[in-house]
Ligand binder design. Structure first.
Ligand SMILES: [Zn+2]
Length: 234
């Protein structure tokens, strides 16, 4: 953690944490540490945070990782090399709340890199290869707490990459939701608003809108594609 530049602590929540009595500056263990112990039990396990775009997945990942740091645990964060929307080295969420991370090309690299970490964060996990499932299992078996954030479904509502298997092997799965931009219900899918069939299209609110199931199906029908097969045939 000594390698993290100060600029990575410039968000609101980070500043608040920095002012807390548990700030790393003094090195003294203070009573406030007790507040975080239940979140930082030193035992291997897998936690998955999944949901659509704009659902707060990365914010929740950063929140958990920051608390682990406050508890003085060694934290390492990885993301796929493909995700270079804002910064090559930071896990960046849509509210510019960032934390330093290491981009890696293949899931197997995480196993080699995370040797000393007690807590391993993985962002945008849907873009990793299927090998990530085995890697996360092995990390947890080695006693590490693995916290994974990723899109549960792609823009067509199909389970995305290794996410379904990761949800299956995780001790804890947290599904977070964006708000449907059309009706205000809980969103369930990231609808792509531009015509592009590529599965991986990194984007912002101009390219995607969170929609609930009902609004998503209406959009599909008005696009002339008919309702989704899953919505009618089963
Ligand atoms: Zn809706």
């Amino acid at each position: 953690m000594g390698r993290l530049p100060q600029k990575h602590y410039l968000c609101k929540q980070n500043n608040a944490a920095g002012r807390a009595p548990s700030a790393p500056s003094g090195g003294k263990k203070l009573p406030i540490m007790q507040l975080f112990q239940e979140d930082n039990v030193r035992q291997g396990r897998i936690e998955v945070i999944c949901g659509s775009m704009f659902s707060g997945k990365t914010e929740e990942l950063i929140r958990r990782l920051r608390r682990a740091r406050i508890a003085r645990q060694r934290v390492e964060i990885y993301k796929p090399g493909i995700d270079t929307r804002y910064s090559a080295e930071d896990v960046v969420s849509h509210d510019a709340n960032s934390i330093a991370s290491t981009p890696v090309e293949a899931a197997a690299s995480i196993l080699l890199l995370a040797g000393e970490a007690q807590v391993v964060g993985i962002d945008e996990a849907q873009f990793f290869d299927e090998g990530l499932v085995e890697v996360c299992g092995e990390l947890a078996n080695r006693g590490k707490r693995v916290i994974i954030a990723g899109l549960d479904m792609d823009f067509q509502g199909k389970p995305f990459g290794p996410m379904p298997a990761l949800c299956a092997i995780a001790e804890e799965v947290t599904k977070v939701h964006a708000v449907c931009v059309r009706c205000g219900a809980l969103a369930y899918v990231s609808h792509r608003t531009v015509a592009d069939d590529r599965r991986v299209l990194l984007g912002e609110l101009e390219e995607y809108e969170p929609l609930c199931r009902s609004c998503y199906n209406k959009v599909q029908e008005s696009d002339g594609q008919g309702p989704r097969p899953e919505a009618t045939a089963r």
